[in-house]
Design a protein around this ligand. Structure first.
Ligand SMILES: [Zn+2]
Length: 194
């Protein structure tokens, strides 16, 4: 999301350095609006249903492209309830237990993925948003190498299942793309006062 004008006072925004980065900020000093553009949290569910993992295809996606159930958190909602609500809305499944898998970057969309393992029961009925679903045995999972895929990888790995990544465009297996964070990038960009 980018703004050209201040959503508070309507004045133009200007790029200026603030807190170590270039930001779009209001030119009116008495207004003080800054578009921080921080990542938006997204909930994702690794849904375990009858011993299998549920993947769903969004109606707008190409065939063969399946993913986790995801959604945005509502105001005044805990993430645990939010992920259970999304699952109910999109698949009609009831949540029995929720546990955090981890938090993952999704810089491509300026989002932060909060991934949960959700044990679910009930009868599947898809919302209009979803075109189809499939249930995959954990030992047969092949993982896409992006945001929510890394949550699936961590979930499988913690349970001793094989972790196999594939390229979504070619369909071919690829090496594990996960990299440890390189914290040395911080040393050149931050200036500390001592
Ligand atoms: Zn303003």
């Amino acid at each position: 999301m980018q703004y050209r004008f201040c959503p508070q006072c309507g004045a133009p925004l200007e790029v200026m350095p603030l807190s170590g980065r270039e930001r779009h900020a209001c030119i009116q000093p008495e207004c003080g609006f800054v578009h921080w553009n921080n990542p938006l949290p997204v909930l994702a569910a690794v849904v375990e249903y009858e011993g299998k993992l549920l993947l769903a295809r969004n109606a707008a996606w190409p065939e063969q492209m399946f993913a986790l159930v995801t959604g945005f958190l509502e105001r005044d909602e805990t993430p645990e309830l939010g992920v259970a609500r999304e699952l109910k809305e999109e698949t009609n499944l009831d949540t029995e237990a929720v546990s955090l898998i981890g938090v993952y970057e999704f810089m491509r969309k300026n989002e932060l993925i909060i991934a949960y393992h959700v044990k679910a029961s009930g009868n599947i009925a898809l919302s209009e948003e979803l075109a189809e679903y499939k249930l995959v045995a954990p030992e047969n999972m092949r993982i896409w190498s992006a945001g929510t895929g890394f949550a699936v990888a961590d979930w499988l790995q913690a349970r001793g299942y094989p972790v196999r990544f594939f390229d979504r465009r070619t369909g071919e297996d690829i090496p594990d793309p996960r990299q440890p964070s390189d914290f040395s990038v911080l040393s050149g960009s931050l200036q500390y006062r001592v």
